[in-house]
Design a protein around this ligand. Structure first.
Ligand SMILES: NC(=O)c1ccc[n+]([C@@H]2O[C@H](COP(=O)([O-])OP(=O)(O)OC[C@H]3O[C@@H](n4cnc5c(N)ncnc54)[C@H](O)[C@@H]3O)[C@@H](O)[C@H]2O)c1
Ligand SMILES: O=c1ccn([C@@H]2O[C@H](COP(=O)(O)OP(=O)(O)O[C@H]3O[C@H](CO)[C@H](O)[C@H](O)[C@H]3O)[C@@H](O)[C@H]2O)c(=O)[nH]1
Length: 325
């Protein structure tokens, strides 16, 4: 297949693009480099620097299917700048979907998120639980999921939304190297690498075992596998939605402890106020993805996830954006 990966200069998109290429598929990347960087695009891919609204049509030429990762995706920022998220995610994705309709390319895998559920009544979260986002980011992703459902019913799109929980680790030489980093694991490892002084823990008064937020960390290599499985099994008129996680929650404090063990560094941490829009605990049930897609995650241990992210950061050396702060 020739696959368009939107956001393929970003973290998840670059790992999915690399996975597709390793399986013999052709890849076109469309990315406006707003948060991603050129180094994230695998050299074998055709790169189009542009945005979803202006450039989807030309990026779709000769394409069979789309993995749609491009988005604004920061929980805290989305609460402070909602307009950027409604336009950047919902309006831009509608432009992509309409260009797909026009080009008669109807196979799509969409990067949805755990943030569509909001604060769950119980964990693990299954796909039939209520969707009540606690931040604008989650609300925009939920709106896109709904749009995709109706495009499947009315226009014969074949779609899967993958609701990932917290993605981490590295895959095939690609990983997290954002110019502005906000995600927990890369930030903690940047402290270990000496690129930052300390890590701020956003609140220690949450209703969790140690008072810090709990999240379910999924290895980006397992995530890339799920994208390919979904793309290869999408069926016209059907919109499937699957959660993807490891099924285990780790608190911010536990993540820092694992990073200390893996890196052998002290990693100073300081408690700071809660971040707007954060739910206390998110843990996935991925049983549907396993039974329907045949997805078999093989890197579910947090230590493996952190080891891979650490190896990637060290291999980057001077190419790590954080090294130049
Ligand atoms: N990282 C996670 O833990 C996580 C969890 C759940 C869902 N997701 C979703 O996965 C996707 C990828 O996340 P990521 O962590 O790789 O983010 P990222 O910021 O690293 O990558 C996003 C990429 O999209 C590009 N982009 C953004 N808006 C664009 C536009 N309008 N046109 C063209 N390119 C555009 C950016 O330049 C960037 O390269 C996002 O949709 C995100 O919501 C991520
Ligand atoms: O410096 C930091 C950064 C994060 N955190 C905490 O660590 C946890 C994880 O935060 P991240 O920013 O790494 O990730 P989020 O849970 O906010 O969001 C991520 O996972 C979501 C799904 O669970 C999304 O889809 C989203 O795109 C993706 O960024 C949160 O409790 C956050 O409050 C800190 O304590 N200090």
């Amino acid at each position: 297949m020739r696959v368009l990966v939107t956001g393929g200069a970003g973290y998840v998109g670059s790992c999915c693009a690399a996975e597709l290429i390793s399986r013999g598929h052709e890849v076109v990347v469309l990315d406006d480099l707003s948060t991603g960087n050129r180094d994230g695009v695998p050299p074998e891919a055709t790169f189009i620097e542009g945005d979803l609204i202006s450039d989807s049509a030309r990026a779709l030429e000769g394409v069979d299917a789309v993995i749609h990762c491009a988005a604004r995706s920061l929980v805290g920022e989305s609460v402070e700048q909602p307009a950027e998220y409604w336009h950047g995610n919902v309006v831009s994705t509608l432009a992509l979907l309409d260009a797909m309709r026009e080009a008669d390319v109807k196979n799509i895998v969409f990067s949805s998120t755990a943030a569509t559920y909001g604060e769950p009544e119980q964990v693990p979260i299954t796909e039939d639980m209520p969707t009540r986002p606690t931040n604008t980011y989650g609300a925009t992703k939920l709106a896109i999921d709904m749009a995709i459902t109706s495009y499947c019913v009315a226009y014969g799109f074949a779609a899967t939304s993958l609701r990932y929980f917290n993605v981490a680790g590295a895959h095939l030489g690609f990983g997290e190297n954002r110019v502005v980093e906000t995600h927990l694991i890369p930030l903690v490892l940047q402290v270990a690498a000496g690129h930052r002084e300390k890590i701020f823990v956003f609140g220690d008064d949450w209703p969790t075992t140690d008072g810090t937020c709990a999240r379910d960390y999924i290895h980006v290599g397992d995530l890339a596998d799920a994208h390919v499985l979904a793309l290869e099994s999408n069926a016209a008129g059907e919109h499937r939605i699957f959660n993807l996680g490891s099924g285990e929650g780790f608190s911010v404090q536990q993540v820092i402890d694992v990073c200390r063990t893996v890196t052998g560094h002290e990693i100073p941490a300081q408690v700071s106020p809660r971040r707007a829009g954060d739910p206390a605990t998110l843990v996935a049930s991925s049983e549907q993805a396993k039974s329907v897609l045949g997805w078999q995650p093989s890197r579910t241990d947090l230590t493996t996830v952190v080891e891979d992210a650490w190896e990637f950061l060290r291999a980057l050396g001077d190419r790590a954006h954080s090294a130049h702060r």
